[in-house]
Design a protein around this ligand. Structure first.
Ligand SMILES: Cc1cc2nc3c(=O)[nH]c(=O)nc-3n(C[C@H](O)[C@H](O)[C@H](O)COP(=O)(O)OP(=O)(O)OC[C@H]3O[C@@H](n4cnc5c(N)ncnc54)[C@H](O)[C@@H]3O)c2cc1C
Length: 424
């Protein structure tokens, strides 16, 4: 009998647990360890922040659905991983031993790298977690009573740009609905070298698509931006030129702001030599397996993926839901093979595919592979993206509740786009 532990109960971890349950042998034990009792569907956080969803609508209590699939659940945070003894120390003093470990903890949010950034003692809001989105919503309701300038964007070192664009357009839609958009100057501030870069050097024509959307919605922008510091009503921003030298300094007024932070690995794993890169992300080979500790695998945002190329201000590569599904499927296949005495053969596709909802429209893109030149480099816009995103939410929450394992949705979207045959 082997004990397979999945660390993290988010988008990657829960699906991972279901999938590895299906590929492991009957006698093997599967356990999920998470620092909270529920699963939150992170892609819906921008909707929570404007009141289009409540946190309860996008959360699932994990104990029962996991138990139904014969998966143990420990809702206690891991404080330290000891890979040399195959042990995880937990916040309640317990130690859990494993034969195989899959790390799916997502990121730690590096707000402390910029003065005044973030919701904990800083001056910017966040949509990275559902509790953050809930307090961003409370602040938004206060803001609309006394509107002023809004800043939305992503800071230096960020890797998740789609949700920043989404949130800017969703705020714009909500402010129009409340008929106060005319009282709110909006600025999009990003470390990307150009609008629509997305950490992927653009996909299809995301540059023109997103620039024209920002223009159409009267949102100004600053690219190659480094946030120096944020105070209660403004932020100090350095705009760099293409060589990385200072081009212009900006003092941007903000009554309400949301900036996506840089990510790094969680403290429980961050300083383990051979396991992580300098930012604390888990190093994996093509089979999602760590080359030093061969019984450790990793999926999701905590996986180390190098940036697509140098940029004047550092930007990382986004890890989206569809890519994460392909990492979980490959990992489950590989652990199944190892348990049956074979070498792992499954590889994730690591393609980027994303739906960015704008409330009444949206932009979708597919990049296969992630690094250009690509076989598929496609982006489009339309109201259907909003509807597809609602379907994505329903599909995923259903998957978490029921324990279904196949990545139906990726197939469905590719089919919708006529790209099914091109899937690599
Ligand atoms: C605001 C936002 C919107 C996004 N929208 C989309 C989208 O529309 N489409 C898309 O494809 N992708 C989207 N993404 C990207 C990506 O799909 C999500 O970030 C996704 O949640 C990542 O899944 P994950 O499992 O890697 O991490 P997470 O979902 O963050 O899960 C990590 C889990 O580990 C737990 N954990 C953390 N530390 C510990 C610890 N010490 N011990 C135990 N458990 C721990 C956390 O509580 C959490 O449950 C979005 C990301 C963000 C931030």
């Amino acid at each position: 009998m082997a004990h397979i532990v999945v660390l993290g109960g988010g988008l990657g971890g829960v699906v991972m647990a279901y999938e590895v349950r299906a590929t492991a042998r009957k006698e093997d034990k599967v356990t999920v360890i998470s620092d909270k009792p529920s699963f939150d569907f992170t892609p819906s956080n921008p909707w929570v922040a404007v009141g289009w969803r409540t946190p309860e609508q996008i959360s699932v209590e994990l104990e029962k659905p996991l138990a139904k699939k014969n998966i143990d659940f420990i809702p206690v945070a891991a404080t330290k991983l000891r890979p040399e003894t195959n042990a995880i120390e937990l916040a309640d003093g317990r130690t859990v031993n494993y034969d195989y470990l899959i790390i799916a903890t997502g990121p730690e949010l590096a707000f402390d790298e910029i003065e005044g950034l973030g919701p904990h003692g800083g001056h910017t809001h966040s949509i990275c977690t559902t509790p953050h989105a809930k307090s961003a919503h409370a602040a938004f309701e206060a803001f609309v009573k006394n509107p002023g300038p809004i800043v939305v964007g992503a800071v230096q070192g960020a890797s998740c740009f789609g949700p920043a664009y989404e949130f800017a357009f969703i705020l714009d839609a909500e402010l129009r609905k409340r008929k106060i958009r005319d009282k709110v100057p909006m600025t999009f501030i990003t470390s990307e070298p150009y609008i629509g870069h997305l950490g992927l050097d653009g996909v299809g024509d995301t540059k023109s698509l997103l620039e024209s959307q920002l223009r159409d919605h009267h949102i100004k922008w600053i690219t190659n931006a480094k946030i120096k510091n944020v105070s209660a009503d403004k932020m100090h921003v350095e705009e760099l030129d293409e060589n990385g030298s200072l081009k212009k300094e900006h003092e941007v007024a903000a009554s309400y702001s949301m900036l996506l932070p840089a990510f790094r690995g969680i403290p429980a794993v961050r300083d383990i030599e051979g396991l992580v890169n300098p930012r604390g992300f888990i190093i994996v080979d093509k089979n999602q397996r760590n080359p030093t500790f061969k019984n450790i695998f990793s999926v999701g945002v905590c996986v180390a993926i190098p940036p697509i190329g140098p940029t004047p201000v550092p930007v990382g590569v986004p890890k989206t839901g569809f890519m994460i599904e392909s990492m979980t499927a490959a990992t489950a296949g590989n652990i199944g093979e190892i348990l049956n005495g074979a070498e792992p053969t499954h590889e994730a596709t690591w393609n980027a595919m994303c739906l960015a909802d704008f409330g009444d429209g949206g932009v979708a893109f597919v990049a296969m592979p992630q690094i250009p030149p690509r076989n598929v480099n496609w982006a489009a816009e339309g109201r259907w993206v909003h509807l597809a995103k609602v379907a994505f939410e329903k599909y995923f929450l259903g998957k978490v509740k029921s324990g279904k394992t196949e990545p139906y949705y990726e197939k469905a979207v590719l089919k919708l786009l006529g790209l099914e045959k091109l899937k690599t």
